[in-house]
Design a protein around this ligand. Structure first.
Ligand code: SAH
Ligand code: MG
Length: 218
């Protein structure tokens, strides 16, 4: 029989590379105990976000949808001194929890939450751009609107990333009009076809659609 060091390949991969500290480990269990839905990115996806932010030397990051700050902490910890993360959140309870978790995670000096519907508050962050990375993870029907904003305010060579690109497992289906997940389908098609972007989906967690801004010809 073959001897193994880990129960399976997946735990081998995650144990080696996904390093959650005490704060990250406690954010979602505490949030769900307080009645917040358990819909953050996975630790696996959090590490991918952190890695991608480091890869583009992100100094300014814009997040759509904070929840309890889980993904925000992974992203903020990729920032250099003087870097900035702004996270847009519509629910006051989520915004408060995120602020508290940014404190606990030691990133409150560089990470802030702005309360309100992101389609409205995003205008207020314009002067703080251009951004190196936009992470889209708020209400799914408005993904195309968040993409339009990100295309205008993410620098050349920066990244636009969207979570839940698999449409909660339904992105390949013909969906009813009014189904919010159609926003994700529109988003995926647009980033796949936009000549200003090089895009692909990383099938981690609920899938991350990753787009690099600025296509080179030839
Ligand atoms: N990025 C988080 C999860 C976000 S869940 C993480 O991975 O840790 C989606 C969040 O978007 C929820 O907190 C929800 O309240 C927020 N949201 C929903 N509609 C919104 C809107 N119109 N504007 C801003 N935030 C919104
Ligand atoms: Mg998500």
């Amino acid at each position: 029989m073959t001897r193994t060091t880990h129960p399976d390949l997946e735990s081998y991969r995650l144990d080696l590379f996904v390093d959650e500290d005490e704060v990250l480990r406690s954010v979602m269990p505490e949030a769900t105990a307080a009645g917040v839905p358990g819909i953050s990115v996975s630790a696996d996806a959090g590490k991918v976000l952190h890695l991608l932010a480091r890869a583009v030397n992100a100094r300014r990051i814009l997040e759509f949808g904070a929840l309890a700050g889980y993904s925000g902490i992974w992203l903020a910890r990729a920032l250099p001194p003087g870097g900035r993360l702004i996270s847009l959140e519509v629910e006051e309870k989520h915004a408060d929890l995120t602020r508290r978790n940014f404190e606990r995670a030691g990133v409150a000096d560089r990470a802030e939450v702005r309360l309100g519907p992101a389609l409205e508050t995003m205008a207020s962050v314009e002067p703080e751009g251009p951004f190196d990375l936009a992470f889209i993870d708020a209400d799914k029907e408005n993904y195309p609107g968040y993409l339009d904003f990100s295309l205008r305010h993410v620098r050349d060579g920066g990244l636009i990333i969207a979570d839940n690109a698999n449409g909660h497992g339904h992105a390949h289906e013909v969906l009813e009009p009014g189904d919010g997940r159609r926003g994700i389908q529109t988003y995926n098609r647009r980033v796949a076809e936009d000549p200003r972007l090089v895009s692909h989906i990383l099938p981690v967690g609920g899938w991350l659609a990753v787009s690099v801004v600025g296509r080179r010809e030839g």
